[in-house]
Design a protein around this ligand. Structure first.
Ligand code: PGA
Length: 251
């Protein structure tokens, strides 16, 4: 079964809108038998999701203490979250998230039995220069984000982790990555994990694609065996588009 993660980002602004969107998706998607659907709304709306799989868009690395404004992985676990998105490019860009803080958060999430969805991806589209050299190499960026983000995470925990390949240039741009390139990134991620952890891990981790996925292009990604699902931003806020994504993820 494919994994479909809805990243609502900083939306919507009211509880009523959040409820309406959730209820419309629930009614339309036949109780989500077609895919494993995980909603990641803002913290303040999480309590609406008790009948679904849900997660947060970030968390802190300490469980409690004098850390004003922080939400801890223990709190998320205690309120029923199963997942937490970590290292999203918007967190990296606007909130000074680094591979080192992402790593602390991944380890804290795992300790609290939350499944981290680790986001990785290059900022600019990969191209070739006049001399035939690769510029903005996906592999270099993704390898470093994986090595640093997963530092100290033991092999036995790797099956709990989801990796989302999200090329930054494709996020919210209406310009998704070619399915073949998403597949290439998924295979590269698995190969990198084998280099870090040794043989036998490539099938244990789920690898998603994210970046301008919608009801029209979803099939191009989920048709690939080695793409285990999608992380959806903008289209997850549109009930009919998100229902299509769920329906078409059933292969
Ligand atoms: P998008 O966002 O689907 O709006 O491109 C994806 C994401 O940021 O996770």
């Amino acid at each position: 079964m494919k994994l479909v993660v809805a990243n609502w980002k900083c939306n919507p602004a009211t509880r009523q809108e959040a409820e309406r969107l959730l209820n419309t998706v629930k009614r339309g998607a036949g109780r989500f038998k077609k895919a494993e659907v995980v909603f990641c709304p803002p913290f303040v709306w999480l309590s609406l999701f008790h009948e679904c799989l849900y997660g947060a868009q970030d968390c802190y690395w300490e469980n409690r203490g004098a850390f004003t404004g922080a939400v801890s992985p223990l709190m998320l676990k205690n309120m029923g979250c199963q997942y937490v998105i970590l290292g999203h490019s918007e967190r990296r860009e606007y909130f000074n998230e680094t591979d080192e803080t992402v790593n602390l958060k991944i380890k804290a999430a795992l300790k609290n039995s939350l499944k981290p969805i680790l986001c990785v991806g290059e900022k600019e589209r990969e191209t070739t220069d006049a001399e035939g050299r690769t510029v903005n190499d996906m592999g270099t960026v993704v390898k470093e984000q994986l090595e640093k983000g997963l530092a100290g995470v033991s092999r036995s925990k790797i099956k709990e982790i989801v990796i989302a390949y999200e090329p930054v240039w494709a996020i919210g741009s209406g310009n998704p990555c070619l399915p073949d390139d998403a597949l290439r990134a998924s295979l590269f991620i698995r190969k990198t994990l084998v280099k870090i952890y040794g043989p036998g891990v490539a099938d244990k981790v789920r690898v998603l694609y994210g970046g301008s996925v919608n009801g029209k292009n979803i099939a191009d990604y989920v048709k690939e065996d080695r793409i285990d699902g999608v992380l959806v931003g903008g289209a997850s806020l549109n009930a009919s588009d998100f229902i299509k994504i769920i329906e078409k993820s059933n292969l």
